[in-house]
Design a protein around this ligand. Structure first.
Ligand SMILES: [Cu+2]
Length: 71
């Protein structure tokens, strides 16, 4: 995605009952639950690589959100 984009993440919970998660640096938190689609909408106003992580399943359950700089 590019900086300035309006972004919607759709995350489907498959394994594990609950995943209380956050995107570090974007001040976003949400909980993914098994069998449910979690929707997170935000404006990608900061460029960079941001870690998203589940607070329960560490150190393995992490990902990265990459936002390319705007022109
Ligand atoms: Cu988890």
């Amino acid at each position: 995605m590019n900086q300035g984009d309006e972004v919607t993440l759709e995350i489907l919970g498959v394994n594990g009952a609950e995943h209380p998660s956050a995107i570090v640096g974007y001040d976003l938190s949400f909980t993914v639950k098994r069998g449910q689609l979690t929707t997170v909408t935000f404006n990608a106003d900061k460029a960079g690589v941001f870690e998203f992580r589940c607070g329960t399943h560490q150190p393995s359950m992490v990902g990265e959100l990459s936002v390319l700089p705007g022109s």
